[in-house]
Design a protein around this ligand. Sequence first.
Ligand SMILES: [Ca+2]
Ligand SMILES: [Ca+2]
Ligand SMILES: [Ca+2]
Ligand SMILES: [Ca+2]
Length: 156
Amino acid sequence: MDSLSFIFGNSIPHNVVINGNGQVIYTSPGHNLNAIINAIEEGLSSIIPDTDGDEILDDLDNCVDIYNPGQSDFDADNIGDDCDLCDNLNVFTNANIYGEVYEQNNYDINIFDVLTLLDIIENNDINSCGYEIGDITGDGEVNIFDAISIIQMIIS
Ligand SMILES: [Ca+2]
Ligand SMILES: [Ca+2]
Ligand SMILES: [Ca+2]
Ligand SMILES: [Ca+2]
């Protein structure tokens, strides 16, 4: 008995291929080299990267580029605290475009919110927290009608 047959005993060799995410994608007794190679190639192509090495794969990681294994996200907008510049729970909520908050998280919707939104529209400032909540009318676009909508809120 040579060393290899000693390891396998008398059973038929059994091949298993797992992909990069640890899932078994191929299992079969005996040797079918082509099938095994195909399975290995499929496994390699399905690997979802973990860019920042926090063991949360990129498709689930709420901060893809930042090491944040805890994944904390207190305002629950699926952007992790470590990469979320906009507090959408206490500050940037409803039409509070200007982001002004006073006394125990109270805020006013006022002319500053209108002016800030007009500024955002004029500069197409899509990265600002105000833009994120700027679609007041809910039509999928941030434009002058949203500013008008805030004015109406202030007046009424
Ligand atoms: Ca990650
Ligand atoms: Ca991360
Ligand atoms: Ca968040
Ligand atoms: Ca947020």
